[in-house]
Design a protein around this ligand. Structure first.
Ligand code: ADP
Length: 306
């Protein structure tokens, strides 16, 4: 196969590993910086131009689109789709997963366990909103945040009110969430490929930190998932319409709750913790899917809704 990896930087661990794995399996692979792609969308024959050349002949595309370039990145991915190149994750699913409210609404609608979550726009509604989500302690999240930045724990109602007021004053979009104290500063990353959790790890924040992000100094270790956690992760991926993703769970005293579904999960932490060739598993999955689609002749597979 000829595979395009949409990534801004070919030296990133995940990009490098996917390229290595694709080459090891005998494929031709090229890293394409989405921000250097330009295209003509009105022509009868859609095409993508890249640093003066025309990109063609690709069988599959692996999107590794960073949160900061979602808008342009998903437009480029959509152009590949218009050219009948098989996307490992579809552009609609990537876009959907980048909207935290939309994702939460979809997952809730399908009965996936989640922390009690609320959102509001007007400062006059803060009091009511705090009642609605069960009062302090609360976690307040910037909708645009990633890697734990913009996630705040407010231990008291007063603290929650002032943080929310501050964020609203800055015109930031936020959501307010029940604090899952019993998770003890840890979460579980499940790596879903197709209909399976192929690896999982527990991430634990440093002493005194409720956020477990590895970027915030968290450490990863192996963990055994319960059947309920496994099926929750697979269902969440399916609802989002993502074939490859990282599903982040918290162990709450009302069962596993989903915090986030990540459409470009980092591979370093999970490969190191699981000692598995996750990049190889992803490429093998892509081979099967491309063969399957070629066989059935159908390209349309938008599975998630909304
Ligand atoms: P980001 O997308 O920026 O990583 P998350 O929503 O994943 O933000 O939150 C970062 C970390 O904070 C999580 O990995 C988790 O450890 C902790 N966390 C987030 N929400 C809650 C919550 N409702 N209860 C307890 N811990 C939480």
């Amino acid at each position: 196969m000829k595979i395009a990896v949409l990534s801004r930087n070919k030296t990133l661990y995940s990009t490098r590993r996917l390229v290595e794995a694709a080459k090891a399996a005998g494929h031709e692979v090229r890293v394409v910086d989405v921000l250097r792609c330009y295209m003509n969308i009105t022509s009868l024959k859609p095409s993508i131009h890249y640093r003066g050349e025309v990109l063609e002949g690709f069988d599959a595309v692996i999107p590794r689109i960073g949160a900061s370039v979602t808008f342009y990145g998903t437009a480029v991915l959509r152009q590949f789709e218009m050219m009948n190149v098989f996307p490992l994750n579809e552009s609609v699913a990537v876009t959907r997963s980048r909207d935290k409210l939309r994702s939460a609404q979809l997952l809730a609608r399908k009965g996936i366990g989640m922390p009690v979550t609320g959102f509001a726009h007007n400062p006059d509604d803060i009091q009511d909103l705090l009642e609605e989500v069960g009062g302090a302690p609360l976690v307040i999240k910037l909708l645009e945040g990633t890697q734990g930045i913009g996630v705040v724990l407010a231990e008291t109602r007063k603290a929650a009110e002032s943080v929310i007021q501050a964020f609203m004053g800055l015109k930031a979009n936020i959501m307010v969430q029940e604090f899952i104290k019993e998770a003890g500063g840890s979460d579980i990353r499940c790596l879903v490929v197709g209909e399976k959790v192929v690896a999982s790890m527990k991430r634990q924040g440093p002493e005194g930190e409720f956020r477990s992000n590895l970027h915030r100094g968290g450490t990863a270790s192996l963990i055994r998932l319960t059947p309920e956690e496994r099926s929750t992760a697979v269902r969440a991926a399916k609802i989002m319409g993502l074939e490859v993703c990282g599903v982040d769970l918290l162990r709450s005293n009302h069962g596993p709750v989903v915090m986030e579904v990540n459409s470009s999960p980092g591979l370093q932490g999970i490969e190191e913790a699981s000692e598995k060739d996750i990049a190889g598993i992803i490429i093998a999955y892509l081979e099967r899917r491309v063969a399957d689609v070629a066989h059935r002749g159908s390209r349309s597979r938008t599975r998630g809704k909304g």
